[in-house]
Design a protein around this ligand. Sequence first.
Ligand code: ARG
Length: 459
Amino acid sequence: SANKTWSGRFNEPVSELVKRYTASVFFDNRMAEVDIQGSLAHAGMLNQVGVLSDEDLRAIQGGMADILDDIRAGRFEWSLDLEDVHMNIERRLTDKIGDAGKRLHTGRSRNDQVATDIRLYLRGAIDVLLGLVRDLQRSLVDLAEKNASTVMPGFTHLQVAQPVTFGHHMLAYVEMLGRDAERLADARKRVNRMPLGSAALAGTTFPIDRTITAKLLGFEGICENSLDAVSDRDFAIEFTAAGALIMTHLSRLSEELILWMSPRYGFIDIADRFCTGSSIMPQKKNPDVPELVRGKTGRVNGHLVALLTLMKGQPLAYNKDNQEDKEGLFDTVDTLTDTLRIYADMMRGITVKPEAMERAAKQGFATATDLADYLVKRGLPFRDAHEAVALAVRYAEEKKKDLADLTLVELKSFSPLIEDDVQQVLTLQGSLDARNHVGGTAPFQVLVQVAKWRERIGG
Ligand code: ARG
């Protein structure tokens, strides 16, 4: 169509299907604000180096301000014929202000323009996500503090292993999220470099000053090779990988919440507003939110693989393949944003049931290792202690008793080293208190960690 910005050299218009197939405007218009920001910085730089007159710059600034108003008010009509967000805005500008609008694209290409837009958009998204990760951490730290001495069974292989505190368990996720935040912050450094000025692929013949534009846009530096700048999306891949790990961590927690809410465990209850019922079974209360978090992890993992696959076959420099980077990236941002937000609320609304946790901890001989350690401290080699305690467990199991319920006489039959001070060792509380070193599950250590996290993340 004669309407197209680049139609000068073509003999026939593209078909409707091709138009739809190649257009990106209906998803890349979410970058409209950063696109305008980039254009204003580019125009400002062109003016400073003497390529654009003061008059043209003022016209561009005025026109863009109106366009921004229209976009924010939902009045801007996006046109499929104009392909993408960049050409829609540029055309509107030219309709409004004439030749000055046509001069905006001097020394620039959509290739460096779009690469810049994605980075600006992603930088903003990362800053929001970092705040949300912190907030979720705060909700978990609060739970940890309240449950610093709430005993529960710690599991390996989903079998009762040793007693831990619920607070300690929550802090494990706080630590995972701490690394997630580090990863986001680290990816941000490489997101925050500016491709603009690379033009289509080789740079431009105009006397541009990229440092001016970079400064105006708050970039920490510029991408120094123009071919690389317009074509690589590794920063988006890194971000998505960090996002996939956030989802993976929350998927693990979700799996636990789902198990813990099942009556077989009964460790917690999730507030009604995060659950739904069944259309047929009147008694049901299902943990939909954690289930969906677990499910949505699949889509973010999928976006990561899609982006990697998108890149792997592309020769330098820009190829239209890259237009496919956006939907997965945006969906990753949306999924992370909603998931983190809902998760912090949900964790603030869970009810902990300490009696059920304690009962479960008493059922699996969780203090067997403590008894073995006790024997070792009295001189028995660890392997022999292991063997003696294994026999005691077998005996207790037959008698349907916990180790703590065996009499001293019964216990002594497995090792003469056992004295009456063993009782303290066999209780859940004794087991917890004994693991009193950095990273251990002792309630005292949990409170030390809570204080450390509060200092790091505030709240
Ligand atoms: N919509 C395009 C994208 O998302 C903008 C860049 C187009 N460049 C080009 N040479 N066709 O990648």
